[in-house]
Design a protein around this ligand. Sequence first.
Ligand code: SF4
Length: 418
Amino acid sequence: MKILLVEPAFPIPPKSKNHKNFLPIGLLKLHDYYKSKGLKTKLVRGNKSKSEIGTRFKPDQIMITSLFTYWSQYVWDSVKFYRDNYPTALITIGGIYASLMGDQPDFKRKLRKYNARVFFGIHKGAEKYANNHILDYSMLSNPSPIDYQIIHTTRGCPRNCEFCGTWKIEPKFESKRSIRDEIIKRKIVFYDNNLLKSQYIEDILNELITLKQEKKILWCESQSGFDGRVLEEKSYLGKMLKKAGFLYPRIAWDWGYVQFKEIKEQIDILCEGGYNFKDIYIFMLYNWDIPFDEMERKRIKCWEWGVQIADCRYRPLDQISDKYNPRKEQTNEDYHIHTEAGWTDALVKQFRKNVRRQNICVRHSFIFYSKDFERKRTKDEIMSALKHKKTKEAKIKYLKQINADYWIPDVITYPEQV
Ligand code: SF4
């Protein structure tokens, strides 16, 4: 029995292929699991011809993964490609998009068309195998070697946020007691949906702290944000995260401006733990139920606090395409614009732009943003004159006098103002 595992040709730039956010960890688990059962397995990325796969490797089964629903077309392109190349193989589609939409009429129609089947949720056998074995990352060493490893300490999430698909794909929340024996690399990336909710979070962090002290690990990162409500309940976790080597902690501010006191409390817990304000990110969902003006007020609060924003444009869970283009005027035909809450294409793009410019200011401790500065087009005499202006007001007055291109993050900025 031969199994081919396929990551579709997702639009991930080659330099980001092995980026810690895009590693096809599910396929890797399946690969090693089936191999351990004595089956012949191959993992490929993209649509590979028979000669690239090897003419002697004729798969009996092809397992194709999927990711965001709006990348659905890449999945079907792969299904078609491999069905054409291997007409008799059993084709199975799994992963996020398949789990969320595999029971929808259009999905089912395509399954019939390509004589394929769907797999929902997590593959228990592969998951169990991965919990007890070290995965062979060399399988994915192309285009660049992987010097980090992915760990799950939990599956699922006990919260049921309406915009999130996690609890639909992984309905059962499960926590591991220990991960120490799984650590084989010095850089650890956690793919947990809600790491802090683990019932063993203190044990896990203590293990990491020891490994860090023993110099067996260098740093950790959590792909998802930290649950701020857990931080509030257990403020000692702020220090533990820092000691365990977690970089760039992120917390979510999904709801209205009124939450700002809680969010500040959560930021303070991280700062008391040893983090700098500018290393902390606040996840913000925009183009969603919170209108533009309120999002801008939230953005300005982050500016006052000196923290960065990780902005995330809302797409409905059943959105199967997304042609967003930041350089073009677009409509709801191209991508989801949340008009229900007053969002327009211009407001969506403006908010993204404001966040980007503000983050640059936070990172570099600038009081204003300038495109000319960013592109290093500003004359030396202007830079020197600005340096000599001591206060923010004096600098801005000078910029106005010379009619410079600049933007200050302190105010709500609408599209027509730029
Ligand atoms: S807390 Fe995060 S992972 Fe959990 S349901 Fe909400 S958005 Fe999803």
